[in-house]
Design a protein around this ligand. Structure first.
Ligand SMILES: [Zn+2]
Length: 372
């Protein structure tokens, strides 16, 4: 080996090790907390059934010994990644995917993260902030039993909608080294009109270079993990600045098992998209702050930019969630155990959001004033 080729070899290996550092650090955690996976069993069974149905329908079938033929994701996580991609339309960005793998090897993305504060964004390379990833992963695994199942990164407007040669080598190196049987690599793209795409590529350890372009099975709902994790880890999670997901064509599999390319529409008619309603939210916060004893009220946005108000009143805590159907449906109000709530209170929206909220809230927490 001459001098030049040994230098190149060294540089390549160096790059691979650096790029796959996340896999190296995370594997320890995965092994250590293996017992936590039991938590996901019921959901796992659900998807196993789905996979069985898919297996009967599809000629290629789903075979655990091959790369998965579908990749499952909640709508909220697809939206989250789209928003992250739009944050960096001219440079690479990325993040990691957490969830579980069914016994047929299909990845199920329950929670996605974007770049940490010290991530390295380059035109043709992305390196995650390893401290951000490690901290997040440790908590996701310890608290919720989620596993590290894949990664995503954006090739922005480069036009390459599949893994580059370097991407493939990096994944193959990583899954061999860490003995990951299945791995999901997602490649994002966007155009100058703010349309993003996300393609799923599934890898299998037995034949790692033959990855499969898997259609998405999108679960049309918010991931149940999204609001909880966004709240619990709000101290250090970084969220995209872009508020709205926006799509080009996405390769999906329908319930009947046929694949097609569709352009999901962002149909969210959220109440706060109407600027006038921001004033009403402010009035609601003031009302809550001054309700009985002084309270602190912290507004938060979850991954779908739905507003949560965290209310601290003495020793009691409340979380008020203004979901997608608000004000046509009641805000969801969770309280600390032991706090009296009048469960006969009914949400009656009369066209005035603030008055309806105050009436409902008073009704929920009214003291038994008619006793004496
Ligand atoms: Zn790439």
């Amino acid at each position: 080996m001459d001098k030049i080729s040994s230098v190149i070899l060294f540089a390549v290996i160096g790059a691979l090790v650096v790029m796959f550092w996340p896999l190296l650090v995370l594997y320890k955690g995965t092994k250590k907390h293996k017992s936590k996976q039991v938590k996901n069993m019921s959901r796992n069974d659900y998807f196993t059934n789905q996979s069985n149905q898919m297996n009967q329908r599809s000629s290629s079938g789903i075979d655990e010994s091959r790369p998965a033929t579908i990749a499952v994701i909640y709508r909220s996580e697809m939206d989250y990644i789209s928003r992250c991609i739009h944050d960096y339309p001219n440079i690479e960005t990325g993040g990691q995917l957490f969830g579980f793998v069914t016994e047929y090897g299909a990845p199920v993305v329950c929670y996605a993260i974007g770049p940490g504060p010290r991530a390295n964004h380059q035109p043709a390379q992305f390196n995650q902030d390893t401290e951000y990833l490690q901290n997040t992963y440790n908590e996701l695994n310890r608290r919720y039993g989620l596993r590290y199942i894949g990664e995503w990164h954006s090739h922005h407007q480069l036009g390459l909608a599949k893994p580059s040669g370097g991407d493939t080598q990096t994944v193959v190196y990583g899954i061999k080294r860490r003995n990951f049987r299945h791995f999901l690599l997602c490649i994002g793209n966007c155009d100058s009109n703010q349309h993003s795409t996300l393609n799923a590529f599934t890898f299998h350890l037995d034949d790692p270079f033959n990855y499969f372009h898997a259609p998405w099975k999108i679960i049309e709902m918010e991931s149940p993990y999204r609001p909880i994790i966004d709240r619990d880890l709000s101290d250090w999670l970084c969220h995209p600045r872009t508020q709205r997901a926006s799509y080009g064509s996405i390769y999906i599999i329908t319930d009947s098992g046929t694949t097609s390319r569709i352009t999901p529409k962002y149909t969210d008619e959220y109440w706060l998209n109407d600027k006038a309603n921001n004033v009403i939210l402010k009035r609601i916060i003031d009302f809550l702050t001054n309700y009985e004893n002084e309270s602190t009220v912290k507004p938060m946005l979850d991954g779908q930019k739905y507003v949560h108000l965290m209310v601290q009143r003495g020793n009691h805590q409340e979380r008020i969630v203004f979901g997608n159907q608000f004000p046509n449906e009641a805000p969801k109000i969770e309280v600390t155990e032991g706090v009296y709530v009048n469960d006969t209170a009914v949400w009656q929206y009369d066209g005035n959001i603030f008055d309806s909220f105050v009436r409902y809230y008073d009704d929920l927490f009214k003291k038994e004033t008619y006793d004496s």
